[in-house]
Design a protein around this ligand. Structure first.
Ligand SMILES: Cc1cc2nc3c(=O)[nH]c(=O)nc-3n(C[C@H](O)[C@H](O)[C@H](O)COP(=O)(O)OP(=O)(O)OC[C@H]3O[C@@H](n4cnc5c(N)ncnc54)[C@H](O)[C@@H]3O)c2cc1C
Length: 406
């Protein structure tokens, strides 16, 4: 059996397993649940996956993972996304913080904290962004100072997904402000229930419950909660973000389908005729089909490259850019078709299946690199255009800050 046959076999088993189990945890099973109940369902689903070798597919079995390949993970995720499952609470936890923790933490802590996270019993969050540091992560100001054998952390993080449920969190902080901004950072993990950690929710337009501010007031941590060398925080942060080097964010599960769009149009009238007969609408729908077909092909090309043992190229940036834009553009069209009715948000409406929340939620266009930053990446790496002007490059962080405040 070659690589492709083995993968097809793996996918077939995953499809059968999902068909047998996923319906009880997805779609209608989630309707009417509040956030806590939906999370409880998500934990149960995660636990079931762990018991059947589908949690942490690429992570070592000794820490509760399945010890599988990147391609198996992609195949499983692709099939899993066809169901409307409560995966979102674990999306950050298991994609980035836990894998980086498993790379750098002392062995006893890996053995202790890996399995409960993979079973969904514990959640990890990722504290990178700050009020003055998002796209420019290295501008962050949260400080860690030596305190005997350990450290004390003070500052503020923002946009921290699922921090309100998190047991643990990875964090990048400034340990030496006299060094240039990228060099003075260090990476730790902290207990989110430790004294001095305060989590405050941020209300979002569409009513999602994911985002938070996190305040850190003299939070004491031992040195064995440092991940990587002192001063290597920026490198470890980039390594964290690169772990999901090619995430499956397909339109299935991410955006309402074009079929749903056509169905909606069939029930709406424009100038006395079915909206489906309207030339402008048909052109927009055709454009949507062209975009989605292109995205699917880009996705296939990346998968083929990975099957051949190559690294995917800039496909990830391209897909992320187009998927986010395409979802919002089609959702806006659907809302126009519905008129004022679109403004009524159904209680169980979700962005993957309903147009109004899909339009209200621009997450993919901001998180993990904004549209503009992706355009910068494509301009520099694909088109070979010159880099942005970086006036603070190489300067001590505390001097660059003082000069910019003048
Ligand atoms: C749903 C969601 C979940 C998130 N979860 C997390 C999380 O769990 N942990 C975490 O740490 N962070 C999280 N974030 C934060 C996210 O990483 C940041 O929002 C993102 O990096 C952008 O940073 P910013 O919001 O500070 O915007 P800024 O960086 O201030 O950007 C503001 C605007 O300026 C533009 N801009 C900035 N720099 C440039 C440039 N050089 N060239 C051109 N345009 C530029 C941007 O594109 C944007 O339009 C999340 C965000 C969202 C929306």
């Amino acid at each position: 059996m070659d690589n492709t046959d083995a993968l097809a076999d793996y996918r077939a088993r995953a499809i059968a397993w999902l068909a047998a189990h996923a319906p009880r945890y997805s779609g209608a099973a989630r309707n009417g649940l509040n956030c806590d109940q939906d999370l409880a369902l998500g934990r149960a689903w995660q636990g079931l996956k762990a018991a059947h070798g589908y949690a942490g597919i690429t992570l070592p079995a000794v820490y509760g993972g399945a010890g599988g390949s990147e391609l198996e993970k992609l195949a499983f995720n692709e099939e899993e996304m066809r169901y409307d499952l409560p995966l979102v609470y674990f999306s950050i936890s298991l994609s980035n913080p836990l894998p980086i923790f498993l790379r750098y933490a002392p062995e006893d802590l890996r053995l202790k904290l890996g399995p409960p996270a993979l079973r969904g019993e514990q959640i990890w969050c990722q504290m990178f962004s700050e009020p003055g540091a998002g796209s420019d992560l290295a501008a962050l100001r949260t400080r860690a100072e030596r305190d005997g054998e350990g450290w004390r952390i003070s500052g503020q993080k923002v946009w921290t997904s699922w921090a309100q449920f998190a047991d643990w969190g990875v964090i990048v902080v400034r340990t030496d402000p006299a060094l240039p901004k990228h060099a003075g950072l260090t990476y730790f993990f902290i207990d989110m229930k430790a004294p001095g950690v305060t989590v405050r929710p941020i209300r979002r337009l569409g009513g999602e419950h994911d985002l938070n501010e996190v305040f850190l007031d003299n939070v004491r941590i031992p040195d064995n909660q440092r991940l990587g060398e002192v001063g290597s925080g920026f490198r470890v942060a980039i390594e964290t973000l690169m772990i999901e080097r090619y995430a499956v964010v397909d339109e299935s599960g991410y955006a309402p389908t074009l079929e749903a769009m056509a169905q909606l149009a069939a029930g709406q009238r424009l100038a006395g005729r079915s909206a489906l007969d309207n030339g402008e609408f048909r052109a927009a729908l055709a454009q949507g089909l062209v975009e989605r077909t292109g995205l699917r092909n880009i996705h296939r090309r990346a998968l083929n490259a990975m099957v051949a043992g190559k690294e995917p190229g800039p496909e990830g940036s391209l897909r992320k850019l187009l998927l986010g834009r395409s979802r919002q553009r089609l959702a806006a069209l659907a809302m126009d078709l519905q008129g004022p009715d679109a403004l009524q948000l159904a209680p169980d409406a979700r962005a993957g299946t309903h147009f109004t929340p899909a339009w209200l939620d621009p997450s993919l266009r901001i998180a993990g690199g904004t549209d503009e930053m992706l355009l910068n990446t494509l301009a520099e790496r694909v088109l070979g255009l010159p880099q942005d002007y970086r006036p603070d490059k190489g300067r001590p962080f505390n001097q660059a800050k003082a000069e910019s405040n003048r």
